[in-house]
Write a protein that binds this ligand. Structure first.
Ligand SMILES: [Zn+2]
Ligand SMILES: [Zn+2]
Length: 786
């Protein structure tokens, strides 16, 4: 028998729900949210809209714009910077294309010598820019000269784009490496630059976001030299405070449009928690049935019910396993059905992708397991159900993936299957964090000196920097310039700061790196480069003897060459994984902000983190059982970055029931869980931050937990954690107490990246500690200064 049905939001039955609740699984449903059908709201075209453009949209079935599209277009047309943050398939493209293409079209046929308007479109990936171009081509607008400009564009075509294109679709990397350093070749284009579209702007977060912020400032400065002052239009999936993010990214005042006026079918979203299985984990801890196994079961049952289903799985290897398991389960019922499930791992040829789309649309395929490669590049919508094996990392991704379900007017089902970690545990027990107003903020730090300094140098190489330029680069720009002069990178003259070297300034910055350079991963026998690993992570993931996973294939690292920045690997299929052990020391260098909650102190500032990877463990695949430990001889690495930390006196902790002997385990367990929950509040993942806990820290003299950014100079994550400390601690306490294990497990306090082999950990002590902190915290989170 099924257990009592959980409450759902509109009380009406959901037939697809019975399929997933069958086979005695009903007690795994933690919540059912029914999103009601929404009628769209259409408005007239603005009177300035280009008639040919309107006619082109009518030809492809767009009769009138949704209200939010018209609002964005009106603001941009009036010269206001604007960010549109509405749901998947809400037509964000039309919102920015309407003012941009109308302006570009208004010029067609006008005389020679006028300043012809141009526009720039920036996407985080080449694929997305190519999709945009295809959509523009489909409009077949006379006189529109649109072109992509990326690393694959042949030289003769590049020349044509520079000389003639009115709408250039590119990415921030190309802007940084090519367009800005060679701006004199783009004089015509820059003179006319009226709009800059920044699509999918939530991708620009953390260190990458800080880099792109600096590139956009350089673009505005260079454009101004050509007399242009472009309007920025940004588009983002639903995130919290899009205007704040857009303003930090661009350095401009940006208005936001967030009310979605597009229609939606009735959608039922289920939060699902797989059962806890006894033992089998590290230190004998229980582990949850894997999200992949659970998803394969659900996929098989939905497919055998004739339900068209897409299953999103985190890794490529996971995709193969889910598809193979579902096929095996189906073969037991009806061998013909097993042929109707496929795996899609990305990296397919365009014709293979088209075939997959066709088969899904026609119903020849009923189930597909995929990585989020399907988010970009494959056009399937109108499925009946979407399964997510584990939280996809951000709310934006969740809604993008769920948005695949729902044929016109039809009901759709989405199931989020929790993975075995504290964030997923929290989310399936706290539907308001999934369906309520978003709290996860896209963060970046445009003032990070490590990021900003090389961009200032690049800016000076583009055009000498003057005093008047400095405000746009933030309060630290002046000090950084002085430092660059001292180092001989720039030269100070009466007219400003000049590039003093003979090489290319932009070559000193990698927008997507973390600052310390990268290691190449090379296959020993073939010399093939498989990929790159950030220098900061090389000791941990590319040491001799490490198991390295690349696109689902496994390799063993034979040698790590620290001088050449190369890891040599060999294909292998060991039945173990490896995890590095390290010793870490954190010194707190400088406190920028500090708040006292009685005897508890919460601070944000600069820290110096020294880490040395000292050994690694081999663990049996699946169970995590430790097979052995081997020492490593690697140097200590130092990182100066931003950190958030809290301290509490030993006496206060003892009064709260945490005895001095239990302190190390309690602090360590609370640190792990807190790091696991930070992505709820800032768009990072647990690999972007690190932590240290100690019962007596030399700089505070007290029990202390430190959580720090993993990048030089910081990335904004620790800062965000400090700003929302009470909510962060509350979510951490709730995640740990919601987990039904007794001693701690991967769903609450164990961490896959612990340098200490998950020892010591004291779950009960962590709960007492967190509750003591929360009791001391200010009642109203808004009263929390800053
Ligand atoms: Zn647990
Ligand atoms: Zn740890």
């Amino acid at each position: 028998m099924l257990s009592a049905p959980p409450p759902w939001t509109d009380g009406r039955p959901v037939p697809l729900l019975d399929v997933v609740r069958s086979a005695g699984r009903g007690d795994r449903v933690r919540h059912v949210e029914v999103l009601p059908q929404r009628q769209g709201e259409l408005v007239p075209w603005p009177d300035w809209a280009d008639p040919e453009l309107v006619a082109a949209w009518r030809r492809i079935g767009v009769d009138r714009p949704w209200r939010h599209q018209a609002r964005v277009a009106e603001l941009a047309h009036a010269g206001r910077h604007v960010v549109v943050a509405t749901g998947t398939a809400s037509g964000k493209s039309l919102a920015y294309q309407l003012p941009v293409l109308s302006d570009l079209r208004a010029d067609v046929g006008s005389g020679v010598g006028v300043r012809r308007p141009t526009a720039l479109y920036l996407a985080p990936t080449k694929a997305l820019a190519a999709d945009q171009l295809a959509a523009l081509d489909a409009l077949a607008l006379p006189g529109l000269r649109a072109a992509t400009y990326d690393g694959d564009t042949p030289p003769e075509e590049r020349r044509w784009v520079r000389d003639h294109a009115s709408y250039v679709l590119t990415n921030p990397d190309l802007l940084h490496h090519s367009l800005l350093p060679g701006h004199e070749h783009w004089a015509r284009f820059l003179r006319g630059l009226r709009y800059v579209v920044v699509d999918e702007c939530h991708h620009y977060r953390g260190v990458f976001g800080s880099h792109v912020g600096a590139v956009l400032r350089r673009l505005r400065r260079v454009a101004a030299r050509y007399g242009a002052d472009p309007v920025l239009i940004l588009a983002s999936a639903t995130v919290s405070e899009p205007a704040t993010h857009a303003s930090r990214l661009t350095g401009l005042d940006v208005e936001s449009v967030t009310e979605d006026a597009s229609p939606r079918g009735r959608t039922c979203v289920v939060l699902w928690e797989p059962p806890l299985l006894p033992g089998g984990g590290e230190h004998g801890a229980p582990t949850r049935r894997s999200a992949g196994t659970e998803t394969a079961d659900l996929l098989a049952d939905l497919v055998s019910g004739g339900v068209r289903t897409l299953a999103f799985v985190r890794s490529r290897r996971g995709v193969e396993t889910v598809a193979a398991t579902a096929r095996r389960l189906l073969a037991e019922v009806d061998p013909s059905l097993s042929q109707r499930v496929a795996a899609y791992r990305g990296g397919y040829l365009p014709e293979e992708r088209r075939a997959l789309e066709r088969d899904l649309r026609s119903g020849k395929l009923l189930g597909v397991a995929t990585t989020n490669a399907l988010e970009l590049g494959v056009d399937v919508a109108g499925l009946d159900a979407v399964l997510l094996a584990g939280w996809p990392g951000r709310r934006a991704s969740l809604w993008q993936q769920l948005g695949r379900a729902g044929r016109a007017g039809q009901e759709a089902l989405g199931v989020l299957v929790a993975a075995d970690d504290p964030l997923d545990t929290y989310l399936v027990h706290h539907p308001e964090a999934v369906f309520g107003p978003p709290v996860e903020q896209t963060v970046l730090d445009p003032d990070n000196a490590y990021v900003l300094a090389p961009h200032l140098a690049a800016a000076a190489a583009e055009l000498p920097l003057t005093e008047a330029d400095l405000p746009m680069f933030g309060p630290h720009a002046r000090a950084l310039l002085d430092e660059l002069v001292t180092r001989g990178v720039l030269r100070r003259r009466p007219a400003g700061w000049f590039w003093a070297r003979t090489d290319r300034a932009s070559d000193h910055v990698d927008l997507r790196g973390s600052g310390g350079g990268v290691f190449r991963v090379v296959e020993q026998n073939t010399g093939r480069v498989l990929g790159t690993v950030d220098a900061a992570a090389a000791d941990r993931s590319l040491h001799q003897g490490a198991v390295y996973v690349h696109q689902g294939d496994t390799y063993l690292v034979r040698r790590l060459d620290l001088d050449e920045h190369v890891g040599l690997v060999e294909a292998a299929a060991p039945d173990w994984t490896t995890s590095a052990r390290s010793v870490t020391d954190v010194r707190l260098l400088d406190t920028e902000r500090s708040t006292c909650w009685g005897s508890v102190e919460v601070s944000f500032g600069t820290a110096r983190v020294t880490t040395q990877v000292v050994s690694f463990l081999r663990r049996r695949l699946g169970t995590g059982e430790v097979l052995g430990e081997e020492p490593l001889d690697l140097p200590a690495r130092a990182l100066t970055t931003k950190a958030v930390w809290w301290t509490a006196p030993t006496a206060a902790l003892e009064a709260a029931g945490v005895a001095p002997g239990d302190l190390p385990g309690a602090l360590h367990a609370a640190e792990h869980a807190a790091i696991g929950l930070l992505p709820l509040l800032a768009t990072c993942d647990r690999w972007d931050v690190g932590g240290v806990s100690t019962a007596l820290h030399p700089d505070t003299g007290q029990p202390t937990v430190v959580v720090h950014d993993g990048h030089p100079g910081g990335a904004g994550f620790a800062e965000r954690g400090h700003a929302v400390m009470v909510g962060w601690l509350r979510a951490t306490e709730q995640a740990v107490s919601a987990c039904e294990c007794s001693e701690g497990c991967p769903s609450c306090v164990q961490s896959p990246k612990c340098g200490n082999g998950n020892e010591p950990l004291d779950k009960a002590g962590a709960l007492r500690l967190l509750r003591m902190l929360l009791a001391a915290a200010p009642r109203d989170e808004t009263a929390d200064p800053d």
